[in-house]
Design a protein around this ligand. Sequence first.
Ligand SMILES: Cc1ncc(COP(=O)(O)O)c(C=O)c1O
Length: 397
Amino acid sequence: MDKDDMRLETKATHVGQEPDPLTGSIVPPIYQTSTFVFPNVDEGAARFRGEKDGYIYTRLGNPTITALERSVSALENGEKGLAFASGMAAISSVIMAIVSAGDHIIADKCVYGCTFAFLTEILTRFGVSVDLIDCSDLEQVEKSVKPNTRIIYFETPANPTLKMVDMEGVVRIAKKNGITTVVDNTFMSPVFQRPIEWGVDVVVHSATKFLGGHGDLIAGVAVGRKEFMDHVAETTLKDIGGVLSPFDAWLVLRGIKTLPVRMRAAQGNAMVIARFLEQHQGVERVYYPGLSSHPQHELAKKQMYGFGSMISFELKGGFDAGKKLMDSVELCHLAVSLGETSTLVEHPASMTHSSMTPEAREAAGIADGLVRISVGLEHVDDLIADLSQALKKATGF
Ligand SMILES: Cc1ncc(COP(=O)(O)O)c(C=O)c1O
């Protein structure tokens, strides 16, 4: 069957996951090698010139890494994928492959803390200007476009506020102005959202999260049009060198086989927990796209295939209550990261988004008392029991 005819679950199981043609090993091998032997000088030179296919050196390509790139690109319905040593390596390599000194980027003001730091502290040192706006407000997006704007960058839903951006609307503005759209799809994974289907140019992922799915690796992936991804491969990936190790590529591939079932199981738990939190007397506010109380619930239904398993919430007692809750959970782990089998709780203001100033966090809507939960695959009744006892200690309810 052609990969374009496969449904997502079939792609996750088969694309990039083909048995080894040499031995029949049903699990593709790990090509744990740094370099590849050339049969002769002419062949080696032809590969370097790009005249002949064939591997050269793992920073330039490796069969296990290629398999992962094919897998994620198929899942995202893109032309070509590239794997990186981390989500941040993917994000920085994609952006640096586009901009030069004097260029301008529009980015949402609510993005992952290190993305925020990369945009505002690193890129600006190289003469790139960045305007942080609310990309969910299309009028603001349109007004922020300058003649030198090269990229519109956002997360949807955003980490950690779960704010969504209307991809179709932003893409319309970007296309009119010749701007590249780059979207971080880490929170939804291609199971629940495929930005390329809305016309987005490049999708980036922290594959550390749902794609890997087991909390045992750091990796990143980007997917886009072949011509652009080839440019990234030949410039910022090759020459800055944020390359994924073959073993970690293999672990992500293994994780992807169960991605659809993991995403759906975690989402089922998250829906129950979001509803539980919403009706809990000690909880002030819950942010989850699957709740009809989410101000962008209709947009979530329009542009996503599910609502995911990330929830943020604020307790009535603010920061102190949130801290007490996080110190009181017993089954849930107090840890950053997300998208793994165990449920993780964390405090964005002091952890994942601590590289933002308090003013930047406030502008992004990240309250000091906000608690983020990445719902895992435990039995939901056990999770509710754990959260109930922690909420009681934290809020008295
Ligand atoms: C939404 C999002 N994007 C990117 C990253 C960075 O990914 P990595 O830690 O794999 O570099 C993270 C990490 O938490 C994230 O949450």
